[in-house]
Design a protein around this ligand. Structure first.
Ligand SMILES: [Zn+2]
Length: 174
């Protein structure tokens, strides 16, 4: 069983792993938004990236940990099964888990070990491509505070090319 900070797999090539958020089914004003609504963005946290994905992310200003938007049907869903809180007995075999009801579109199941009290979650994790990222909240925030800016340059063929310039060196780029 995975521990809290461990991810299930390393994405290949230009693929990324994203932890999806529960979709908002009700707006701030109390108006219900149908979950099947077309054109509704999904949101998630960028958790892990393949090698080519890291190159593309760097070119586009994305960083691991960013909150991103993606299309409703982007990528494929796998299960992320892990202990999120250790119990009282580290040697417990976790023979029996209580089970709580699932909720939401991106269902997360929570369990607790009857013996030691360890807490376990089974939640969806999405594998998609960097190009499936529609927008990035944290990149916009970095632009607002001047940590990142867009510069107009010219490529080798004389064509206009806008590029990201960083003022801060991120941990992901190190
Ligand atoms: Zn246990």
């Amino acid at each position: 069983m995975l521990r809290a900070s461990e991810l299930p797999a390393c994405p290949s090539g230009d693929r990324i792993l994203v932890k999806p958020e529960m979709p908002e089914t009700e707006s701030a004003g109390g108006i219900a938004i149908p979950e099947t609504s077309q054109h509704q963005a999904s949101f998630g946290t960028l958790l892990h990236a393949g090698l080519a994905a890291r190159d593309q992310m760097h070119d586009n200003g994305h960083e691991l940990g960013d909150r991103i938007w993606f299309g409703q049907f982007a990528g494929v869903i796998a299960q992320w099964d892990r202990i999120i809180k250790e119990g009282k007995n580290p040697l417990c075999a976790h023979a029996e888990w209580t089970r709580a009801a699932p909720f939401g579109v991106f269902r997360t199941h929570h369990f607790e070990c009857l013996e030691c009290g360890a807490k376990r979650s089974q939640e969806p994790i999405l594998a998609m491509k960097v190009e499936d990222i529609i927008a990035n909240d944290d990149l916009e925030a970095r632009m607002r505070r001047g940590a990142v800016r867009v510069v107009r340059a010219v490529d080798g063929m004389g064509r206009t090319q806008h590029v990201i310039k960083r003022k801060e060196v991120s941990s992901a780029a190190a």
